[in-house]
Ligand binder design. Sequence first.
Ligand code: 13P
Ligand code: SF4
Length: 304
Amino acid sequence: MPSIDTELVNKILSLKRERKAVILAHNYQLGEVQDIADFVGDSLELSQNAAETQAEVIVFCGVHFMAETASILCPHKVVLLPDLAAGCPMADMITAERLREKKRELPDATVVCYVNSTAEVKAESDICCTSANAVRVVESLDSEQILFVPDQFLGHYVSTKIKKKYFLWPGFCPSHVRILPQHILQLEKDYPQAKVMVHPECRPGVIALADEVLSTGGMCHYAQREDISQMIVGTEIGIIYRLKKENPAKRFIAASEQAVCPDMKLITLEKILWSLETMAPEVKVPEEIRLKAKAAVDRMLEVG
Ligand code: 13P
Ligand code: SF4
């Protein structure tokens, strides 16, 4: 295990106080980044936290769409993303222009947009959702036709829970599709006592084998259950750091060691310090797009 540079950590923490900043980190971040964060969570928890924080600066340790969501909710705060290259390939599988074309083809459909999307795409959508609330969001809608973008697998999962007519955008997460049904079947043989929890971005064949389908925050919560001591974890492997830290006596087995999101790993302690020193790179959504995107995000937050 690499040793942590305490001088670097102390510099970050003191500059954070000076700048009146808060450090938010996603559950897939490197362990040392999770350790210095004020709050670690899933996309929904992070956006709720950003919406409520009293801090003047948000250092977002995650990927670009997450920092954009914070900027959408907090236009008067400075939102820093320590590496602007940290994107989400799934979010880039749709553009606002292509979504507008699809909406013209499907004028009666309500557009439900996974939060893993650009602000421009959110601005073209009726309501957002995250993996934690996608079922509740779709359930809250009167519309019988749903255009779900951009994750076909999350959309498919919702379609198995709520009966409506769905049009699924063909996007997917390149990290989660690496988890295959045969990985789960083998691990179930190797660890017969273990519960299987998977993220709804996984393939339907993987979801069909799971005991629980959960957001990353939901997984952290589920892992605390006293009656469960072994878990097969079907999501990006960065979450295992937090699961082990919070449950040292339990065993967590990655469904696939290949399920890595390289974008999430771009944020390092050094980049966090540079970011606080230079107050850059900043993520700021243009006001016209922000207002439209905020309407979709606010509708989601009302559902909870
Ligand atoms: P969560 O909202 O469940 O943390 O998922 C975010 C994400 O990017 C999953 O790949
Ligand atoms: Fe995007 Fe997948 Fe990475 Fe999540 S894990 S940020 S969906 S590429």
